[in-house]
Design a protein around this ligand. Structure first.
Ligand SMILES: [Zn+2]
Length: 285
């Protein structure tokens, strides 16, 4: 568990799953040889052999006004996932959240940066044979474009399963609020549209007392994409758009000095994006 402060806001990371290695499927260009050449990735984000470190996690955001979760991991008892060990999990994640100061019934807001399998899982829990909201007193905030897209698509069986067990029950319970670029979700918490990984992917900007932090979701899966913004993920909806979004975002963050924390970042996690020749690097804070 790591905690960061942004003015009066605290950010606590709760890790559901952590792994080192296998970049092949998600970032095929990030070979161990090429990752080893990006020296600043070690030790937080890669090991000495150039293998990527990645986490599936939730951020607990405590503002003076609200207790917020950003992304909800893989969930329990879910089916139809392409990665075999993402099915039928039974992690004590809600206990871990409570230990981090966020018992389920005290959560005011849940934000899904996008509606992929590893970001919406704990939106719901199984009660009998029904999927019900895990955070009963919370409003759930989702990107309007993502919601409409995934609601209507029938081609991708995994996404269909994810929508049906982790998103549709939230809407059916009347708890979903759909948002878009620039919307203020809560005081000091606003949406920055960063499309490409998904059609309506959102980053979340935290602001308090002159300090900022951008929660980047899956704008990049791994900090190696800060050095190589053109390395797009096989999971991206539009690989060209995701690369353009990364370059534009890193330019903006480098100019503004706004710290960045990605949805799958490990180790110390957040840092400041700096220009590095024709590209960028992340200076750990
Ligand atoms: Zn992800």
């Amino acid at each position: 568990m790591a905690e960061f402060r942004v003015g009066d806001i605290s950010v606590t990371r709760v890790v559901e799953l952590a792994a080192t290695g296998g970049s092949k499927f998600i970032l095929p260009q990030a070979t161990p040889e090429d990752v080893s050449r990006i020296g600043w990735l070690q030790p937080h984000f890669a090991d000495e052999r150039g293998r990527l470190k990645i986490a599936v996690q939730t951020f607990v955001i405590q503002t003076p006004d609200a207790r917020i979760l950003v992304d909800t991991g893989l969930g329990a008892h879910k089916q139809g996932r392409k990665v075999p060990h993402w099915n039928n999990r039974a992690d004590p994640f809600l206990d871990m959240l409570a230990d981090a100061g966020a018992p389920a019934d005290t959560v005011d807001l849940v934000i899904n940066t996008h509606l992929h399998v590893d970001h919406v899982g704990w939106n719901t829990v199984l009660e009998g044979d029904q999927w019900v909201p895990a955070f009963r007193k919370a409003r759930y905030v989702m990107g309007r474009d993502d919601f409409n897209y995934w609601r209507d698509q029938q081609e991708d069986a995994e996404h269909r399963a994810v929508f049906d067990d982790s998103v549709a029950p939230i809407a059916a319970a009347g708890l979903a609020d759909l948002v878009g670029d620039g919307d203020e979700i809560a005081p000091g918490v606003s949406v920055v549209a960063t499309p490409g990984h998904s059609i309506g992917h959102m980053s979340i900007l935290l602001r308090s007392k002159g300090e900022e932090l951008l929660l980047g979701g899956d704008v990049m899966h791994h900090p190696c994409q800060i050095a190589r913004p053109e390395w797009s993920s096989t999971a991206d909806y539009d690989q060209n758009q995701s690369a353009q979004t990364r370059k534009a975002l890193f330019d903006r963050l480098a100019d503004a000095g706004t710290p960045l924390l990605g949805g799958h970042f490990t180790g110390a996690g957040r840092g400041r994006v700096r220009r590095d020749g024709a590209s960028f690097r992340l200076d750990i804070m």
